[in-house]
Design a protein around this ligand. Structure first.
Ligand SMILES: *Cc1c(COP(=O)(O)O)cnc(C)c1O
Length: 388
């Protein structure tokens, strides 16, 4: 071989005696085949085979298998973001003329996708009260193909009765997709509670360090997996093995991180609820949170994200109070090591009236800093929010 050839063909080295706890990062666009026969039949390799890097490498298969096991499903697919996981499910099951039901408190970009992408293409959506439970069936008609649930819901934290909604949907042959990002499969298992799709923004607790974007969809039906594959291939969606490696690493510590932030978030929510002038605290672990009883029944714990409805009188004081924060950072997203605060206004996203929709809602994501530093920050913040 001449030098130029030697620069592009890597030598084979022994793997004998090498064993590591980490999952190798398998990067690939091209997949090689041993002979003409293997190449010609590559299309028959099935859901778990390898044919092109976009459709998976051993690294992504490892994370998929790990999530499948945690969710109690049969297969998982990975997509570039949590939002992509939601849109891929909707694009897979909805045809022109069909209707999807979305809760009023859904992650706002989902409403945007339904209104600005699906609706112009003849796929309808209807918004429902997240506390509807089995009454959701009042909204079903012949065009209803998918009920989307998100529990607890974005910002206002209502916990949905997913078993009741799923039972009503199943009776009419309607599929249910669940955004399980808040709980992760460690605190709630949507497929065991009747959902057909369990979806996660791995960007949050699984990634765990605010530095990657990825989504997952787990199903308990192989045919749904095949339909998801077809959508993803046609659109051309895949994930980077490097990001998968980061997610595999994040997943290893998710359990201890979640246990810690869950405990601290409940503690903070209970203390804030006792403090004068704080407003309404929205945390599934508090009896005042809509769906608290459902949370107690269906969830094995809390994660680190909760909200506080700020008193309207405090609005002019908000910017000054936020400036007092030393440990909390201001930003959206959640699930990383740093604690975050984000003042949210949900009114423009909501159609079902509730007084709290008029107010600013402070979304608090507890991270891994010392809880005493975090509490000092919250105390200073709410002190600054009190009218003089
Ligand atoms: C963040 C989030 C998403 C979207 O995830 P990205 O990876 O940021 O696209 C979807 N649903 C919920 C509940 C989220 O919090």
């Amino acid at each position: 071989m001449r030098d130029l050839t030697k620069t592009v063909i890597h030598p084979e080295v022994s793997h004998d005696g090498f064993s590591s706890l980490s999952v190798p990062t398998a990067r690939a666009s091209t997949i090689l085949f041993r002979d003409a026969e293997e190449y010609a039949t590559r299309g028959q390799r099935g859901l778990d085979g390898y044919s092109y890097g976009l459709h998976g490498t051993p690294t992504s298969r490892t994370l998929e298998a790990q999530l499948t096991d945690l969710e109690g499903g049969v297969r998982t697919v990975l997509v570039p973001s949590g939002q992509a996981a939601i849109t891929v499910i909707m694009l897979t099951v909805l045809m022109p003329g069909d209707t999807v039901l979305i809760p009023d408190n859904v992650y706002p970009p989902v409403t945007g996708f339904c209104a600005n992408y699906l609706a112009p293409r003849g796929i309808n959506f209807r918004v429902y009260d997240p506390m509807a439970g089995e009454q959701i069936s009042d909204l079903f008609d012949a065009t209803t193909k998918l009920v989307w649930v998100e529990s607890p819901g974005s910002t206002t934290m209502e916990v949905q009765d997913i078993p009741a909604i799923s039972k009503a949907a199943k009776a009419r042959g309607i599929l249910v997709g669940c955004d399980n990002t808040w709980a992760t499969p460690l605190l709630f298992k949507p497929l065991e509670n009747g959902a057909d799709f369990s979806m996660h923004a791995l960007s949050k607790y699984a990634g765990g360090h605010s530095d990657l974007l990825m989504g997952s969809i787990t199903v308990s039906d192989l045919d749904l997996r095949r339909r998801l594959r077809d959508t993803m291939r046609m659109i051309g969606l895949g994930v980077s093995p490097d990001d998968v490696t980061l997610t595999l690493r994040g997943l290893e510590t998710m359990g201890v991180r979640l246990a810690h932030v869950g405990k601290v978030s409940i503690e903070f929510a209970e203390r804030l609820a006792q403090m004068p002038g704080v407003g309404t605290v929205l945390h599934p672990a508090l009896p005042s949170c809509p769906g608290h009883d459902i949370w107690k029944r269906d969830y094995s714990g809390a994660s680190g994200l909760f909200s506080v409805v700020l008193p309207v009188s405090g609005e002019p004081l908000l910017a000054g109070a936020l400036a007092k924060l030393k440990t909390f950072a201001i930003g959206s997203s959640f699930g990383g090591t740093r604690s975050l605060i984000a003042p949210m206004s949900v009114k423009s996203f909501r159609t079902i009236a509730a007084a709290q929709n008029e107010s600013t809602i402070l979304r608090i994501s507890v991270g891994l800093e010392d809880p005493q530093d975090l509490w000092a920050d919250l105390a200073a913040f709410f002190e600054a929010m009190l009218p003089a």
